[in-house]
Design a protein around this ligand. Structure first.
Ligand SMILES: Nc1ncnc2c1ncn2[C@@H]1O[C@H](COP(=O)(O)OP(=O)(O)OP(=O)(O)O)[C@@H](O)[C@H]1O
Ligand SMILES: [Mg+2]
Length: 263
């Protein structure tokens, strides 16, 4: 971790300033500020429709904000294409599972690695040294990720036949193939049973050291187990940022969640 000599604090991995987003007449985000330190596991929580995924997509460069600044790993994401953001060390999963159902687990990992490939088509055709080196690096990485994510026994199975919770784990594994410095996860534990969730928490605990993780999640056991801090978003506004145990003591958070249960 790079020391930040000016303040004696770890450097900032994500800094978002006054993020606003409108979809026509809908105000999805209404002035969100956010700072995530390097090495932190940071949660984003809030009721349905609060704006979590919108914020998440903006931080990853998938969606452009109506206004506001976003810096990720020292780069201004505002004008960057999603592809360039990914090349810059950012990995992500989507709220709706995005794995290739008709491809095997192993081939899904291949797609995940593609982002980091730099060899040319000609190099591939003629088996250039760069291509061979990347292919060997891919194989080694795939073995490591399969084992880490508990998917070694599933490597030749089609993703579509896997249980939903296992598909979610595969989505994380695909993101890990590019060895991201920062990993964004949008509701990674959705649809998982208790056992799968516990395995998932263990996976993130294993991969978190040396990385920054930003995680949107409805399952508070996951947030409490993993996150040092969590931001609560309600109706597109940031309500509080604190340790998970503390945020649920905040009156506005209590009423937002109780209100959501009444719906
Ligand atoms: N592409 C879009 N076009 C129009 N409105 C949108 C779009 N995406 C999101 N919204 C609206 O913005 C608001 C925030 O949506 P968002 O998906 O960010 O919420 P969320 O907190 O992720 O919800 P959930 O918990 O259900 O995933 C909602 O009112 C939603 O209907
Ligand atoms: Mg969402």
């Amino acid at each position: 971790m790079r020391p930040d000599s000016s303040q004696g604090r770890p450097p900032v991995a994500v800094r978002a300033t006054d993020i606003r987003k409108r979809y026509g007449g809908v105000v999805a985000l209404d002035g969100v500020d956010l700072t995530v330190e390097e090495g932190e596991v940071f949660g984003i929580i809030g009721p349905n429709g609060a704006g979590k995924s919108t914020l998440f997509d903006i931080l990853c460069g998938i969606t452009k904000p109506t206004s506001g600044q976003i810096e990720v790993l020292g780069q201004d994401v505002g004008q960057m294409s999603p592809h360039l953001v990914a090349r810059n060390g950012v990995g992500r999963t989507f709220q709706r599972t995005a794995v290739f159902g008709e491809a095997t687990v192993y081939d899904n990992l291949l797609y995940g690695r593609h982002i980091g490939f730099r060899h040319s088509v000609m190099g591939r055709m003629f088996g250039s040294a760069t291509y061979r080196a990347e292919r060997d690096a891919f194989k080694a990485k795939a073995e490591q990720v399969l084992s880490l994510s508990g998917l070694s026994n599933e490597r030749d199975r089609l993703a579509s036949v896997l249980a939903y919770g296992v598909q979610r784990r595969l989505a994380v594994a695909v993101a890990l193939m590019s060895d991201p410095k920062i990993l964004f996860l949008d509701e990674p534990a959705a649809g998982m049973n208790g056992r799968e969730t516990a395995d998932f928490v263990a996976l993130i605990e294993t991969i978190a050291p040396g990385r920054t993780v930003v995680i949107v999640e409805h399952d508070m056991t996951v947030i409490k187990a993993l996150c040092q801090r969590a931001l609560v978003v309600v109706d597109g506004r940031p309500v509080t940022v604190d340790a998970p145990d503390q945020v649920f003591k905040h009156p506005e958070v209590i009423s937002a969640y109780l209100g959501a249960e009444d719906d």
